[in-house]
Design a protein. Structure first.
Ligand code: CP3
Length: 357
C-alpha cells in the first residue's frame, strides 16, 4: 500500500470538531457521539474480515487496522474514530505471549513473582511502532471526517490481565499482589506506567487527536486501595505525557475511563484528565460534576437491546441529565457482538436530533 503517505505531517483539515469542542467546554452544533468497541463483532463487515485474519494480525498490519477503524465511520454518523488495537499489545511488547481465544484474550504463561524480572521494557515502544503507523495512515484516510482517538490500558488493568492470564471474576491473583506483595506490585505498576507514558506520547506524535486510558478493572478495588495502586500512577501518567507533549509542541486531551470507580469520582477529577468516562451505574443527577471537566458516557450497553421507542427515551433522558455542555455521548462500556446495527443507528439519530443551541 501507499507507504508514501505514512508521515505525520500535512494531515487533512478536521471537518467535524464536535468532540474537541465538547472537551474545550464549547457548545457544538450537535452532541458528539462515539461508542466503545464501535469497530467490533456487531459489524458484519468486521466478522467477515476476521474470517480471513487473526485478531492481532489485524492490529499489527497498519493497512488492515486502518480499514477496520474506518468501518463504523463509513456506516454511521459517528463523531470520532478509535484506532483498532487492543490494550494487551503492551504486555506483548514486554515480550509476553498473548493469544486471542473464543472467550477473549489469554496468556499461556501468566506473570508470576518469579517471571516479573523477565519483562523486557527495552525497545517496547519500537515494538509498538505498528500502532503509530496505523494511526498515521488512518489520519490520512479519514480525510478529516472525524478526529481519531488513540488509547492504552491503565497500569492496574494491564496488571490484572498479565497476572490472571485472561478475564477473571475476582481478580484475586492480581489483588493478592496488592495486599501480600506490595513491592513487586509497585515495581510492576511503575514499569507499566513508564511504558504507557511513552506509548501515549508516540500515539500523539503519530497523529492521535485524543487519547483514552482504559482502567476497566478499577471496579474490583475500593478507594483505600485505588489511592495506593491506581490514582498515583494515573496522575503521573497524565503529568508526564503533558510535559513530554509540550516539548513536542503538542496538546492532546486524554479521557480517563476508570470503570466502576465511581467510589472516587472527586479524586479522578484532580488527576489532570480533560475528560472522565463514567459507566452506567453512575447516577448523573447525584454525581458531583467538576465544572472544568467533560464527562463521557454512560448508556447501559444493554439498553441497545430495547425496542426503538424505549431506547430513544433512555437516550433523551440521559442527555437531559448530562446537559449539552462538556458532554460526550457514549455507552457506559463496550457494545456486545450480538447487538443490532439498527439500534446503533437509533442511538446516533436520537443524539443528533437534539438541539444544543
Ligand atoms: O472499537 C474500539 O473500541 C477499538 C478497539 C478496541 C478493542 N479492544 C478491540 C477488540 C479497544 C479500545 C479495546 C480495549 C480493550 N481490550 C479493553 C478496555 C475496554 C474494555 O472493553 O473494557 C480491554 C479490557 C481489552 C482486552 C480484551 N480484548 C478483552 C477482554 C477482549 C474479549 C472480550 C470481547 O469483547 O471479545 C478483547 C477482544 C477484542 N478487542 C475484540 C475487539 C474488536 C473482539 C475479539 C475478536 O475480534 O475476536
Amino acid at each position: 500500500y501507499e507507504t508514501g503517505i505514512l508521515t505525520s505531517k500535512h494531515f487533512p483539515v478536521l471537518k467535524n470538531d464536535r468532540l474537541l469542542k465538547a472537551i474545550k467546554g464549547e457548545i457544538p452544533d450537535k452532541l458528539p457521539i462515539w461508542i466503545m468497541r464501535q469497530a467490533g463483532r456487531y459489524l458484519p463487515e468486521f466478522r467477515e474480515i476476521r474470517k480471513k485474519f487473526g485478531f492481532f494480525e489485524i492490529c499489527q498490519e497498519p493497512y488492515l487496522a486502518c480499514n477496520v477503524t474506518l468501518m463504523p465511520i463509513q456506516r454511521f454518523d459517528f463523531d470520532a474514530a478509535i484506532i483498532f488495537s487492543d490494550i494487551l499489545v503492551i504486555p506483548q511488547a514486554l515480550k509476553m505471549t498473548v493469544e486471542m481465544g473464543d472467550k477473549g484474550p489469554f496468556f499461556p504463561e501468566p506473570l508470576t513473582l518469579e517471571t516479573l524480572c523477565k519483562l523486557d521494557a527495552n525497545g517496547a515502544i519500537s515494538r509498538l511502532d505498528y500502532v503509530g503507523k496505523a494511526i498515521t495512515l488512518t489520519r490520512h484516510k479519514l480525510e478529516g471526517k472525524v478526529p481519531l482517538l488513540g488509547f492504552s490500558g491503565a497500569p492496574w488493568t494491564l496488571m490484572c490481565f498479565m497476572i490472571e492470564g485472561g478475564g477473571s471474576k475476582t481478580q484475586s491473583k492480581a489483588k493478592k499482589w496488592l495486599y501480600a506483595h506490595k513491592n513487586e506490585a509497585h515495581k510492576l505498576l511503575t514499569l507499566l506506567a513508564d511504558v504507557i507514558i511513552d506509548y501515549l506520547v508516540m500515539q500523539a506524535e503519530a497523529g492521535a487527536q485524543v487519547l483514552q486510558l482504559f482502567d476497566t478493572s478499577a471496579e474490583y478495588l475500593n478507594k483505600t486501595i485505588y489511592k495506593v495502586y491506581g490514582l498515583p500512577y494515573l496522575k503521573r501518567i497524565r503529568q508526564e505525557v503533558r510535559d513530554k507533549l509540550i516539548k513536542l509542541n503538542l496538546d492532546v486531551p486524554i479521557v480517563l475511563f476508570a470503570k466502576g470507580a465511581s467510589f472516587c469520582l472527586d479524586e479522578q477529577a484532580e488527576l489532570g484528565y480533560e475528560v472522565l468516562g463514567v459507566d452506567w451505574t453512575v447516577n448523573i443527577e447525584e454525581m458531583k460534576r467538576n465544572p472544568n471537566i467533560t464527562y463521557q458516557g454512560n448508556l447501559d450497553p444493554c439498553a441497545l437491546y430495547a425496542p426503538k421507542e424505549d431506547l430513544e427515551s433512555y437516550v433523551k433522558d440521559m442527555i437531559n441529565k448530562f446537559g449539552v455542555q462538556r458532554y460526550i455521548v457514549n455507552l457506559g462500556h463496550g457494545i456486545y457482538p450480538d447487538m443490532e446495527i439498527e439500534s446503533v443507528q437509533t442511538f446516533i439519530d436520537t443524539v443528533h436530533k437534539i438541539k444544543t443551541k
